[in-house]
Design a protein around this ligand. Structure first.
Ligand SMILES: Nc1ncnc2c1ncn2[C@@H]1O[C@H](COP(=O)(O)OP(=O)(O)OP(=O)(O)O)[C@@H](O)[C@H]1O
Length: 766
């Protein structure tokens, strides 16, 4: 319940006297202010210089002068007592000088009903009010604690049948949810005002007897009479209930040691009282100061026992009892100072609400039962009698399992759903089935690929491919070409021709897919064009190649040359075919280039010849002269025929030269494509070989060189050193750059590597 902030209610009660000092104690008509006028050294009136009059004004909740016990209860206590019945903790406390009327106020006369004090009136009120509140069941327990010289005394222990605890056996403790309480202090259930009063008086009696027996003054102790109330609603079937504690505290007298002149036992008592009241005051000061986090409650038994009764969630009221006589003015002043400090303490009263777990369970069970009945009624109305709401039995779960299995196999068309529980169980069965299937496939894959823990990537790739295919039956088809290649290669040693014709199953697949795909004649296919980026290329390669890996075994590993041959007809057939096609085009272009070059050179020779003839004719200067050329007399025409011929020849030369230049550019480009295809073929072969046979690096270098030596057309594509990887990288980068430069002529000595005929040099035109 929401707490609301309030102040501690502080009232001053002036003990009736025939010698009330009106000069010193001035009660203002507002009923809340009392002014004290005090001559500091009033005991020495002869010293007029020292006897200065000082005044203090105290603003309190109420000044109670000449008020009856009844009025005091009504004005001060009723609200707190009724609050306790609503679940608020309450504390009513009397503080003041010895004999100022604390016990009179708190307990009153035990002989006169009219003079009875707060406690009997509170008990009466509690039981009367309980009788009125018929909707609630109350239970009331009482305890009566005395604190004497820091010793806890149970004033009602005599009523217990249990073995009496020693005073030192009681201890102030705090527990979460229960707050502060005295462990060992007896709690007595009471069902009527009378029973309660019996206990009060019993306690009073014990207090007096105890003080006699122990030779101590009964007024030299603090007493805390506590009414414990618990209230539960009779009408509302809720598990909530409220509890409260009503503490009625009669504090020991608060006079100064020096004033009483006490000695011995009395001195000791006074010392304890002063100490505990001083700690009480410190606690009050700390409570009043909102900036302070720590309140020193544990300094004394009194403050510790009153920890949750002074501030906190409690309705707290203090009655400060004072004398009205001038002789007690200093003690009165001291009491009022304490009272005004107490006025500063703020509290946040809140109902102590609890949940009864047993009642809560009962309530929930009842709710469930009712809801089931409601559902059953509803199902009857909508003609659904088979619905069940209980947890599924073993037999029912087995039936669901069977249904799901039949559904997955296809022998059951649908699973009829009749309850949420059943839906959950069906889903659980599906989940189980998927997990089982996964395990099965995993085991199958492990068996197929001989996977080891360290080779997670191969497994992931296998799973990926399996997912793509979506069927466990395809697992066999996923067998790596390496595995099959191994098998096949061993077979190939017996049947070479068969290998050439058929290839491995995977190779066949690849060939089929390659034949289906659109091939560009001279240009690299789109993928190859893009494959200038090595990553794209390798990704593509990985996607299309089988994922299986086998641990490297030199004995079972085919030679690089064998593997390369197999690769060209299988896995690398596509790129190999493109390479071949590009090479054919290159040869054709080279041939054309050669032809053109020869043509041009012929034209050049003709030009030279014609030029020479014209020059001779011009030198002799005659007309119709004959020149002997190649043994034949040739008439030299003096007209412009030779000049015309020369002009035509030169034009032809230029025209053929233009064509030749274009063809040469084409040859260069074709050469570039052929190189690219070669690098690609070898690069893919290396990847495939590495993945298929897990060849160690050093082994790979040797095998690569060997393979390349035995490569296609016995061409030496790579230099004879072992740094093939570096070479491939450099070559690849160069190709990229060359592609970017497009038709730019490249100076290369291709004949040294390709074995092609050297192109004839083109003769310059003068
Ligand atoms: N308001 C009052 N009306 C009538 N009598 C009173 C009143 N206040 C106190 N008395 C009387 O004064 C006497 C001392 O009062 P009381 O014992 O209550 O003082 P006290 O403060 O409890 O002292 P102590 O600290 O010694 O217990 C008692 O005889 C009591 O009847």
């Amino acid at each position: 319940m929401k707490a609301h902030s309030s102040r501690v209610g502080v009232f001053v009660r002036i003990r009736p006297t025939a010698h009330f000092s009106q000069d010193l104690i001035e009660c203002l008509p507002d009923g809340q202010t009392v002014n004290i006028h005090h001559r500091k050294d009033s005991r020495k009136p002869q010293d007029s210089r020292k006897s200065q009059l000082s005044s203090w004004s105290f603003q309190l909740a109420g000044i109670l002068q000449d008020v009856s016990q009844e009025e005091l209860y009504a004005r001060v206590c009723r609200r707190v007592v009724l609050g306790a019945l609503d679940g608020y903790n309450g504390t009513l406390m009397c503080f003041g000088q010895t004999g100022a009327g604390k016990t009179y106020t708190m307990t009153g006369s035990t002989e006169s009903y009219k003079q009875r004090g707060i406690i009997p009136r509170a008990l009466q009120e509690v039981f009367q009010e309980m009788a009125k509140r018929t909707d609630y069941a109350f239970s009331v327990h009482l305890s009566y604690l005395e604190i004497y010289n820091e010793i806890l005394v149970d004033l009602l222990s005599s009523l217990q049948d249990l073995p009496q605890l020693s005073p030192r056996g009681m201890v102030v403790v705090e527990e979460p949810g229960r707050g502060v309480f005295i462990r060992g202090l007896s709690l007595h259930p009471v069902h009527s005002e009378e029973e309660a009063l019996n206990l009060l008086f019993e306690g009073e009696m014990n207090r007096i007897i105890g003080s006699h027996a122990l030779n101590r003054n009964s007024s030299r102790s603090h007493c805390i009479f506590t009414v414990h109330i618990e209230s539960r609603s009779r009408t509302l079937s809720v598990a909530k209930y409220v509890t409260s504690k009503l503490n009625l505290v009669d504090l020991a007298g608060s006079e100064r040691l020096g004033k009483t002149g006490s000695e011995g036992q009395m001195f000791k008592e006074a010392m304890y009282i002063n100490k505990s009241l001083s700690f009480l005051e410190q606690a009050i000061l700390a409570l009043a100061d909102r900036r302070r986090d720590h309140v020193p409650f544990r300094q004394s038994k009194l403050t510790h026992a009153l920890k949750d009764s002074l501030g906190g969630n409690c309705n707290t009221v203090l009655v400060a009892n004072i004398y009205g006589e001038a002789a007690q003015i200093e003690e009165t002043l001291s009491t009022l100072r304490f009272a005004s400090r107490m006025m500063c303490v703020r509290t946040n009263p809140a109902v102590n609400e609890h949940m009864d777990p047993a009642a809560q369970i009962k309530k929930l069970q009842k709710d469930v039962h009712m809801l089931k009945e409601e559902l059953s009624f509803y199902n009857t109305l909508v003609n659904r009698p088979r619905v069940m709401y209980e947890p599924l039995s073993e037999a029912q779960l087995a039936e669901i399992h069977s249904q799901v299995q039949r559904y997955l196999k296809g022998s059951l068309e649908e699973i009829s759903i009749i309850s949420i529980r059943q839906v959950q169980a069906v889903f659980a069965q599906f989940k189980l089935a998927v997990q089982e299937q996964e395990q099965k496939v995993k085991a199958q894959l492990c068996q197929t690929f001989n996977l080891m823990e360290k080779d997670q990537s191969a497994y992931t790739a296998a799973i990926k491919e399996w997912d793509t295919r979506g069927s466990t039956e395809d697992v066999e088809a996923l067998r790596p070409s390496s595995t099959k290649a191994n098998t096949k290669m061993s077979k190939d040693k017996q049947s070479q021709s068969k290998r050439q014709g058929e290839g491995s199953p995977v190779s066949k697949k690849r060939l089929e897919s390659a034949s289906k795909s659109k091939l560009n004649f001279v240009q690299m296919p789109e993928r190859e064009q893009e494959s200038q980026e090595p990553d794209t290329e390798s990704q593509d390669t990985q996607e299309s190649q089988p994922p299986g890996n086998e641990p490297f075994n030199p004995d079972s590993t085919p030679s690089k040359a064998e593997a390369f041959e197999d690769f060209k007809v299988g896995r690398g057939s596509k790129i190999n075919r493109i390479l071949k096609e590009n090479k054919a085009v290159l040869l054709e272009r080279r041939s054309l280039l050669r032809q053109l070059t020869e043509e041009i050179n012929d034209v050049k020779r003709e030009i030279d010849c014609t030029t020479a003839t014209i020059q001779q004719h011009l030198t002799r200067g005659g007309q119709g002269q004959y020149l002997v050329m190649e043994g034949e007399p040739v008439l030299q025409e003096p007209d412009g025929t030779s000049l015309m011929q020369l002009r035509e020849l030169k034009a032809l030369y230029r025209q053929r030269y233009e064509v030749l230049r274009d063809v040469k550019a084409e040859v260069n480009y074709c050469q570039h494509l052929v190189d690219q295809c070669r690098v690609r073929l070898l690069s893919e072969f290396e990847n495939w070989y590495k993945k298929s046979f897990l060849v160690p690096e050093e082994e790979l270098d040797i095998t690569i060189d060997r393979t390349l030596e035995q490569g296609e057309d016995n061409q030496r594509l790579l230099p004879d050193n072992s740094s093939s990887e570096s070479f491939y990288n450099a070559r690849y980068r160069t190709l990229k750059r060359r592609t970017a430069l497009s038709f730019t002529p490249v100076q290369r000595n291709s004949s040294a590597r390709s074995g092609q005929r050297r192109l004839p040099p083109i003769l310059p035109v003068s």
